[in-house]
Ligand binder design. Structure first.
Ligand SMILES: *Cc1c(COP(=O)(O)O)cnc(C)c1O
Length: 229
């Protein structure tokens, strides 16, 4: 095991003054590693792959709050709808509709974060502002169609770079957008409050730019080795 419980305590103490939450990103890591953080008190874990998440959920304690943080295909929502707490990467109206439909089947409410494309790389998922406006229009025109989702906030991933100025600028722009979306669409909705930004390499910047939820993997669990999956 290469898990780092010392880093875990350090991250928690850095989050504390901001009252930000930690999503411990356990993708590709064995259940035993999750159990070690669970024993240390961690309850929120983030996963990227549907099958891996459903297998871990079945094997691990029932009070874990599971967050799906990766790109999610609409046809796979049904597999995680019975238990998932929050879906971070909602990037289309179609996906939001499907989440609400599947959550309703299980008489559940699933928290959703709207994923914005803020990085320079073409490959990162997320909406541009026009797509966001279209989604929000559809949502506010017929909120009853989305009664089983709770619009909990927004999410983004900064460019993978060592240029801190660039990262800060991207987080800052998302924080500004988040503020205006809150004012214009969710002013009376206390639950639209989460800004999910920050990973192992950039979470300190994200906290300074208003993060309420950081998603940290390799710092806690060690580097991922995809070839072993
Ligand atoms: C893997 C992943 C993370 C965690 O990345 P680390 O650099 O290991 O902290 C965070 N967010 C998303 C969306 C991820 O896919």
């Amino acid at each position: 095991m290469s898990i780092n419980l010392e880093a875990y305590q350090q991250v928690l103490s850095r989050l504390k003054p901001y009252e930000a939450k930690l999503v411990a990103v356990s993708k590709t890591k064995p259940a035993a590693d999750i159990e070690a953080f669970y024993a240390a008190g961690q309850r929120i874990f983030g996963e990227n792959y549907v099958q891996e998440l459903t297998e871990k959920q079945a094997a691990l304690p029932a009070d874990i709050e599971w967050h799906f943080i990766g790109h999610l295909q609409s046809n796979k929502v049904k597999f995680i709808a019975p238990f998932v707490d929050t879906i971070h990467a909602v990037d289309s109206l179609k996906l939001l509709q499907e989440i609400s439909k599947q959550a309703a089947k299980h008489q559940r409410i699933i928290h959703c974060l709207l994923q914005m494309h803020i990085a320079e790389e073409e490959t990162k998922f997320g909406m541009d502002e026009q797509e966001l406006q279209q989604l929000l229009q559809a949502y506010t025109t017929n909120p009853a169609a989305f009664s089983s989702v709770r619009m909990a906030g927004m999410m983004g991933m900064a460019t993978n770079t060592t240029n801190e100025t660039q990262i800060r600028k991207e987080f800052h722009q998302l924080q500004q957008l988040f503020g205006s979306v809150k004012t214009n669409y969710f002013n009376n909705e206390a639950y639209f409050k989460e800004l999910s930004i920050g990973m192992s390499s950039d979470y300190a910047i994200a906290l300074e730019e208003g993060s309420t939820m950081v998603r940290i993997g390799s710092l806690l669990f060690g580097e991922r080795n995809y070839s072993q999956m």
